[in-house]
Design a protein around this ligand. Structure first.
Ligand code: PMP
Length: 428
């Protein structure tokens, strides 16, 4: 595909923006290519500056579950736009969205809106520390919870893509209370909690890991985390920024039947506008200012445009059978990819939970970050480039998930599978 205009735009961007991008993975560095500059998107497709169309499995990294420019979202945005874009004062839209989330995710009795997933997890941790009066946080290798200082330890997503252990600029003293253990390692987390559970403020986890590729929890993992937290008086925080309203209407916690103390959201609840949120038990949430002493605030928090896009999106998700249809479509894609790899005779494993999926160029199943890192990254890069050339847009990193939207058609799934089959033959 011709990418001249994207290349020229990138050349210009790198003069003014570090790496030419406002979020590292977008630079496509790890796959050895240039980023596409996007001009527009519609439904399941995105279009670059050169006029090429692609079937989009990035979905703005998760929010676009309805596809791009869903009419209900666009109409809601137009309505609000006529009244103003930001007031810095309460609007009824904030209550409407808060109510919708609490009604759909019962563990969330109260919720506070912020502007990104990073803010959500950062604030949830502050609340957990303020509430428990403890400092230690336990997280899992390869899980990414945004770029707040305390959480940049053995993180996934761009941190994993760029293969950096943490980040310069984060003082050792800031992360000395962050412990990171392997995802799915029940024994390791049990051992830490038995040794120092009375110092642990919270265990924070992506209930389905999506930032080291997609890795589901092993049976019993979340049950054990829940039990350990309850026993030792620590809070269990589910970071559902990616999985929230993605893998099930009631989010991942509904699938696993687990009640976390706090939940973080982002992505889908903002319908493609900048939003994050954290919520949980009323008793815990009451410690946030102005009700309590734990401070957290935001100039644009609860922004009316973002609230309206979120409300319109969550409403559209209420259609009966919505998640089942999405699940079947994703299953078809994943089965097709696995079959194509088997036919080509290459080591590969794809999986999904609902419409969130992932694949590795190694034999599965994959349980943790170390196993994920065994994926053949050269094959991933070749696959990424080959698919892009055929009009399929995937995340430009092995350590990311893919997303199917309700706008993707069966024909597009079939096209994707046949494109993958072609590329994989060349990888053998
Ligand atoms: N938590 C999870 C699970 C995420 O996937 C992400 C972003 N991909 C974040 C937190 C951070 O969200 P944001 O990029 O909106 O700050």
């Amino acid at each position: 595909m011709e990418n001249k205009k994207s290349r020229a735009l990138f050349d210009s961007a790198v003069e003014y923006i570090p790496g030419g991008v406002n979020s590292p993975v977008r630079a496509c560095g790890s796959v050895g290519g240039d980023p596409l500059f996007i001009e527009k998107a519609d439904g399941s497709k995105i279009y670059d500056a050169d006029g090429n169309g692609y079937i989009d499995y990035v979905g703005s990294w998760g929010p676009m579950i309805l596809g791009h420019r869903h009419p209900a979202v666009i109409d809601a945005l137009k309505d609000v736009l006529e009244s103003g874009t930001s007031f810095g004062a309460p609007t009824s839209l904030e209550t409407d969205l808060a109510k919708m989330v609490t009604e759909t995710v019962p563990s969330v009795e109260m919720i506070r809106m912020v502007n990104s997933g990073t803010e959500a997890t950062m604030s949830a941790l502050r609340l957990a520390r303020g509430y428990t009066g403890r400092d230690v946080i336990i997280k899992f290798d390869g899980c990414y919870h945004g770029h707040a200082d305390t959480l940049l330890v053995a993180a996934g997503s761009g941190v994993a893509t760029l293969n950096i252990p943490g980040s310069p600029g984060v003082p050792a003293s800031v992360v000395e209370n962050t412990l990171s253990v392997q995802f799915n390692d029940i024994d390791a987390v049990t051992a830490i909690m038995e040794k120092m559970g009375n110092k642990v403020a919270a265990v924070i986890v992506e209930p389905i890991a999506g930032n080291m590729g997609m890795i589901p929890p092993v049976p019993g993992f979340h049950e054990t985390l829940r039990e350990l937290c309850t026993t030792h008086g620590a809070l269990l925080i589910f970071d559902e920024v990616m999985t929230g309203f993605r893998v099930a209407r009631g989010s991942a916690q509904e699938i696993f039947g687990i009640t976390p103390d706090l939940t973080c959201f982002g992505k889908i609840i903002g319908g493609g506008l900048p939003v994050g949120a954290y919520g949980g038990k009323k008793e815990i949430m009451s410690h946030i200012a102005p009700l309590g002493p734990v401070y957290q605030a935001g100039t644009l928090s609860g922004n009316p445009l973002a609230m309206a896009a979120g409300i319109a999106t969550l409403k559209a998700l209420q259609v009966p059978g919505y998640y089942e249809a999405l699940d079947q479509k994703t299953e078809k894609l994943v089965t097709g990819l696995n079959n194509a790899a088997a036919d080509a005779g290459i080591d590969f494993c794809a999986g999904h939970m609902g419409s969130m999926g992932g694949f590795f160029f190694t034999k599965g199943p994959i349980h943790n970050f170390d196993e994920a890192k065994a994926s053949d990254l050269d094959r991933f890069s070749a696959f990424y480039k080959g698919m892009r050339d055929k009009g399929v847009y995937l995340a430009p990193s092995q350590f990311e998930a893919f997303f199917v939207s309700s706008a993707h058609t069966d024909e597009e799934i079939e096209f994707t599978v046949s494109a993958a089959a072609d590329i994989m033959k060349g990888l053998a």
